[in-house]
Design a protein around this ligand. Structure first.
Ligand code: HEC
Ligand code: HEC
Length: 289
C-alpha cells in the first residue's frame, strides 16, 4: 500500500536530479562554446557590459557595431525563440527575415551542430540582461540596405552544419569542427577577395589585410612561409598559453582568441593540433616573410 507512493517519489526525485544534472551540463557546454566561439570579445565593448555589444569592427566596407546579445527583451535577444537564434547562426537571417552582414561570422557558425546551438542558447538565456541600445553601423550608402547582405549570401555563402569526414580520425574531425565552426580561425587567417569572401584555395595561408588591416600569419604547415617548422609541442604550447616558439606572446587580434583558447580541454587541444598539422601547406608569404 505504501510502496507505490514511495516508488513514485523515488522515481520522481531521481529524474528531477538527472534533469538538474543535464541542465547544468547543457549550461557548461554552452559556456564553453560561447568562449571558444569568441562571442564574448566581439559582442563586448572595451569596459562595457558583457555581451551588451557596441564594439566597433573596422572593415574595408565600413564600421560595424556589434549588437546586444544579452537576454534583454527589447534591447537584446531575450524575446527570441531558440529557432530564431538558430536561424541567425545557421543562415545569417534575422527574425524579421533580413540578412546579416558577414562581419558576423555566421559563415563559420553555420557549421555549429544543432545540439551545440541549443546549449549556447540555454547558456545565453541564463546570463544577466543589459538594456544597452544598439548602435547603427557606419556603412557607405550602397551597403546600408540589407538587400546587399542578401545578395552577398546568395553569391558567397553556403549554409550547413559540420559533417564528419569519415576518412579522417575522430580527433581530426573534432579539431576541424573547432577550427572551422567554433573558433573560426579561417575568418582571419584566410585571405579575402575584393567582395570580402574567403578564398578557399588559400585557406589559412595568411593575409596582409586582416581585421583592422592587421597582418595575419600563414598557419599552414608550409616550412618557409607557414608554421611547418613548429614542433607539435610548440603548437600545443601556443594553443595552451599563447606563447610563440620565440618566447613572445600573440598580439593584436590573436590576443583575445588566445585567451579563450587557453580554456580548450586537453583532448580538444590535441584535436586542434592534429587538424592544423594535417592542413595542406600553402606557400604564401605574408608581409616581410
Ligand atoms: C567578429 C565579430 C563577431 C563574433 C566573433 C560574433 N559576432 Fe555576433 N554579430 C557580429 C556583428 C557585426 C553582428 C551584426 C550583423 C549585422 O548587423 O548584420 C552580429 C550579430 C549577431 C546576432 C544578431 C543580433 C540581433 O540583434 O539581430 C546574434 C544573435 C549574434 N551575433 C550571436 C553571436 C554568437 C552566439 C557568437 C559566438 C558563437 C557571435 N555572435 C560571435 C559580430 C560578431
Ligand atoms: C580575430 C582574428 C583571428 C582569429 C579568429 C584567429 N587568429 Fe590566429 N592570429 C591572428 C593574428 C592577427 C595573428 C598575429 C598575431 C601577432 O602578430 O602577434 C595570429 C597569429 C596566430 C599564430 C602564430 C603564427 C605565427 O607564425 O606567429 C597561430 C599559430 C594562430 N594565430 C593560430 C590560430 C588558430 C589555430 C585559430 C583558431 C583556433 C586562430 N589563430 C584564430 C588573428 C586571428
Amino acid at each position: 500500500m505504501y510502496i507505490k507512493p514511495i516508488i513514485i517519489a523515488f522515481v520522481v526525485s531521481i529524474s528531477a536530479e538527472n534533469a538538474a544534472a543535464s541542465g547544468e551540463e547543457l549550461l557548461s557546454r554552452g559556456e564553453y562554446i560561447l568562449r571558444i566561439g569568441g562571442c564574448v570579445h566581439c559582442h563586448t565593448a572595451d569596459g562595457g557590459e558583457q555581451l551588451a555589444g557596441g564594439r566597433p569592427l573596422e572593415t574595408p566596407f565600413g564600421t560595424f557595431y556589434t549588437p546586444n546579445i544579452t537576454p534583454h527583451d527589447t534591447a537584446g535577444i531575450g524575446a527570441w525563440s531558440e529557432s530564431q537564434f538558430r536561424d541567425a547562426l545557421h543562415s545569417g537571417v534575422a527574425p524579421d527575415g533580413e540578412s546579416y552582414y558577414p562581419a558576423f561570422p555566421y559563415t563559420s557558425y553555420t557549421r555549429i551542430v544543432t545540439e551545440d546551438v541549443r546549449a549556447l542558447w540555454a547558456y545565453l538565456k541564463s546570463l544577466p540582461a543589459s538594456s544597452q541600445p544598439n548602435r547603427e553601423h557606419e556603412l557607405p550608402w550602397y551597403l546600408q540596405f540589407r538587400i546587399a547582405a542578401q545578395i552577398w549570401q546568395y553569391l558567397f555563402f553556403t549554409a550547413g552544419e559540420y559533417r564528419e569526414r569519415p576518412q579522417q580520425s575522430v580527433s581530426w574531425n573534432r579539431g576541424a569542427y573547432i577550427a572551422e565552426a567554433l573558433a573560426h580561425c579561417g575568418e582571419c587567417h584566410t585571405p579575402r577577395s575584393i567582395f570580402g569572401a574567403t578564398q578557399a584555395d588559400l585557406a589559412y595561408a595568411g593575409t596582409a589585410h586582416g581585421p583592422d588591416d592587421e597582418q595575419v600569419p600563414n598557419i599552414t604547415p608550409h616550412p618557409k612561409t607557414g608554421i611547418g617548422d613548429w614542433t607539435r609541442d610548440e603548437l600545443r604550447q601556443f594553443l595552451e598559453f599563447g606563447e610563440l616558439p620565440d618566447g613572445e606572446y600573440a598580439a593584436g587580434a590573436m590576443e583575445p582568441v588566445s585567451e579563450e583558447l587557453t580554456r580548450l580541454t586537453a583532448a580538444d587541444r590535441e584535436a586542434l593540433v592534429d587538424y592544423l598539422q594535417a592542413l595542406t601547406p600553402v606557400d604564401n608569404a605574408v608581409g616581410g616573410d
